[in-house]
Design a protein around this ligand. Structure first.
Ligand code: NMX
Ligand code: MLT
Length: 434
């Protein structure tokens, strides 16, 4: 398999590079930690490492060194389509190289042959109450497949540590291959009376998701874009960090990614995209359509004054418009500029940053990825917004599994930061003042 062969050939150099760095420069300081950071969600403490993506506060995400516009231009695309194959993105995330068409198709093929979802997963989902949140069903489905883990099997049979990454890669491919069908199954079960659309093996991973969702033409391109944009955002975000933390205990990919999905389900993280559309629709309903700027300003202030956040705005790292937001804005402007909910999301972008600046609390008044994604889904008729975080999860598992393979390959240790008591911090504060 090309992914395995290529990782195998890259590994000696990577292992040597990391070993040398730690041996020769392990004591070099890269950061200092303040009391504010310890009490403030560890914001901006430089304590994690990943080579798969990097978020620059002023520029936004680069995947393996490439910006989003670069990736949209360079990654291979299905004939006649606008957005790249997701298989090509996964190749890039895992290997750091832009693939050729053949290399891209080899990942798509790997996924296709591994795509059969065990029947017990569907039985379990069907056995749950219908009002269970789709993220709960999705995370349970991933966890249920833990019995399939080749890493867990290899570990229990005494696999050598330097080979751990191999079953981790197998598990990652086996898991990611099944995500389109599992997620579309949850959607159709909950919202389309359980009428399933069988998978079409002729379609690429992203288009097959769109097909199984039962959504019209154009949605395959949006799905591929969505899966690319949400895949990775360096390693400190809740879903990536939770996955890494759990994986660091040598828990397998199913345990680790299910944990990551549970973090993604929080309203300050992935669930914000469902809340964003809810907020937009509240505005829409109140003003019976797209309001004027002053009305929108007032609505935003009312939200803030009632103690709520404006979903989709602000970010822990970014200090400018999220380029993932910009890519989706461009998509909407190109394909459906007249759509009123999309127009509202675009108008919010013109009005809300000034409101947040005036309020003076949010460090980043600009939109993040979630501020607009729901309005694009809504346009294609995917209006059940509590499903949106599942799509975020499908995409995020691409990034976190690629990270997990490399964490094993480089033998990253169990995570265990140190905690202090408040009295110790008070003591440190007193000493600092002397
Ligand atoms: N609306 C209102 N207040 C805000 C917003 C916002 N959109 N963003 C930040 N603030 C407030 C924040 O609640 C905090 O208030 P307080 O001091 O009273 O606790 C203050 O501004 C300072 O927060 P920041 O340091 O700017 O933000 P932080 O890094 O703590 O949190 C987010 C980042 C993203 C959690 C925060 O901006 C937020 O809650 N945004 C809305 C929810 C959202 O869009 N989440 C999606 C994140 C992206 N994702 O895909 O996961
Ligand atoms: C993400 O994509 O995970 C979000 O933007 C949150 C983050 O990066 O902190």
């Amino acid at each position: 398999m090309i992914l395995k062969e290529k990782i195998e050939s890259q590994l000696p150099e990577w292992r040597e590079r990391v070993k040398k760095l730690v041996k020769e420069s392990g004591e070099v300081k890269i950061d200092e930690v303040t009391i504010g950071q310890v009490y403030g969600g560890m914001r901006n403490i430089k304590s994690l490492v990943t080579d798969i993506s990097y978020v620059d506060p002023a520029e936004g995400i680069r995947f393996r060194g490439y910006t989003i516009p670069e990736l949209l231009a360079k990654l291979p695309k299905p004939a006649g389509e606008e957005m790249p194959y997701v298989g090509g993105l996964y190749y890039l995330l895992l290997l750091g190289e832009i693939p050729t068409v053949d290399q891209t198709l080899s990942v798509e093929k790997e996924w296709q042959v591994r795509s059969k979802v065990p029947g017990y997963v569907f039985d379990m989902i069907k056995a749950m109450p219908l009002d269970t949140h789709p993220m709960t069903l999705f995370s349970m489905a991933v966890l249920a497949m833990q019995r399939e883990s080749l890493f867990a099997k290899g570990y229990s049979e005494g696999l050598k540590k330097d080979r751990y990454w191999e079953p981790m890669l197998e598990d990652s491919l086996n898991l990611t291959a099944k995500l389109p069908e599992i997620s579309a199954f949850i959607y159709r079960l909950k919202y389309k009376e359980g009428k399933m659309i069988p998978s079409d093996p002729k379609l690429d991973w992203g288009a097959n998701f769109a097909h199984m969702m039962g959504v019209s033409k154009g949605y395959a391109d949006l799905s591929r874009l969505y899966f690319l944009l949400h895949s990775d955002h360096e390693s400190g975000n809740v879903s990536a960090h939770a996955t890494h933390l759990v994986g660091s205990a040598l828990s397998d990919i199913y345990y680790a990614t299910s944990a990551g999905l549970n973090g993604l389900a929080g309203p300050l993280h992935g669930l914000a995209n469902q809340e964003c559309l809810g907020w937009l629709l509240e505005v829409f309903e109140k003003y019976a359509g797209v309001p004027g700027r002053d009305e929108l300003r007032k609505f935003a202030w009312d939200t803030l004054n009632s103690g709520q956040v404006i979903p989709g705005y602000g970010h822990a790292v970014l200090r400018k418009t999220d380029p993932r937001f910009a890519a989706q804005l461009d998509f909407g402007k190109k394909h459906f500029p007249e759509d009123p909910v999309f127009q509202l999301a675009a108008l919010v972008y013109e009005v809300v940053p000034d409101v947040l600046i005036e309020q003076g609390k949010a460090k980043d008044p600009w939109p993040n990825v979630d501020a607009i994604s729901g309005s694009l889904q809504y346009h294609y008729g995917v209006k059940e917004f509590d499903f949106y975080t599942v799509m975020f999860g499908v995409s995020r598992l691409l990034g976190v599994t690629a990270n997990a393979v490399w964490a094993r390959a480089l033998g990253q240790p169990i995570e265990r930061p140190k905690s202090l008591t408040t009295a110790m911090l008070e003591d440190a504060a007193k000493k600092a003042k002397v």
